[in-house]
Design a protein around this ligand. Sequence first.
Ligand SMILES: *Cc1c(COP(=O)(O)O)cnc(C)c1O
Length: 388
Amino acid sequence: MSIRPIYLDCHATTPVDERVLAAMLPYFTEKFGNPSSISHVYGWEAEAAVKQTREILAAAINATPEEIVFTSGATEANNLAIKGVAEAYFQKGQHIITVATEHKAVLDPCAYLKTLGFEITVLPVQKDGLIDLTELEKALRPETILVSVMAANNEIGVLQPLTEIGEICRDRNIIFHTDAAQAIGKIPLDVQAQKIDLMSLTAHKAYGPKGIGALYVRRRNPRVQVAPQQHGGGHERGMRSGTLYTPQIVGFGKAVEIALAEQATENQRLTELRQKLWQQLSPIEGVHLNGHPTQRLAGNLSISVEGVDGAALGLGLQPVMAISSGSACTSANTAPSHVLTALGHSQQLAYASVRFGIGRFNTPEEIDTVAKHAIATIQSLRKQTTLV
Ligand SMILES: *Cc1c(COP(=O)(O)O)cnc(C)c1O
């Protein structure tokens, strides 16, 4: 029997919770209607299911159901937010601010806009991964139309100060977008209290299905415009055409509903697991924690290890644990993680990094196995290095 490695890559994706799958199944075969079909029961029941998820998502972030635009995931939501605002507001200004540690799904649309003539400021982060709010204020210009700062980082788990950023942007009438792909269901989000105008969401980081996400688009105080990036039948109030994927939308709603109901107890449990792992790894000399020690996702532990080769470390860990050394979304290329180099790490140290993404189905026993193997791997690699 081949033993599969322990799954600790929950920032890359998560399994679909059985309860989510059960909610989705009837919508493939029985209740398969098109939610846009208004003349029969097949359409009505699909539309009712879509409406229910809209309500769950809206309640989760203190928005209204009409402000939820379904997309294929957070990548598409980020593209719609950033390119959509650029297109709708370019006459007002052509300057956009984002951050060096953002996901590529934010950085790449910004880089694309630069080729069209927009000016992009990419803010640095401090050693702990947080942005400096005075740096943000200094970067603002009269022609700034958008600030995009993520809620929770996918590599180092750092939670940016959304409320303070929202305050700064609202004072100056600048649209504030946040990529909350890693945050939905895991930390409290409130678009009113935090003065957020656009928020990208996805289901598959929170035990929902892949291929479904949403963009929250503020409708009042102020009303925010985003130019559609996909044209067609006029779905989602014209902002995103295409037949709605009912089973995925049902799964998205169920996943968020479960995550919210269990958020407090699950965060407590994940924090304990993370501390259990860190308590075992931190005594090893030259092992560094990446990102702010407390202002981070409960299930995230990112470390960098001095004196070992990054590739060898990854290979050594792989038989026992499914982890990521850098973002899974960018691991196809061999450059060191842009997030870790933004923290000031050398290339070597950025390579010798491990992201543990602890999740709903991990146990304390698994954490002990992982810690033991990680320590043995680091020590054995260092011994080999000194022998040469
Ligand atoms: C996973 C992730 C994305 C991409 O989301 P998809 O739904 O897979 O397109 C974007 N931003 C962050 C921060 C992520 O973690």
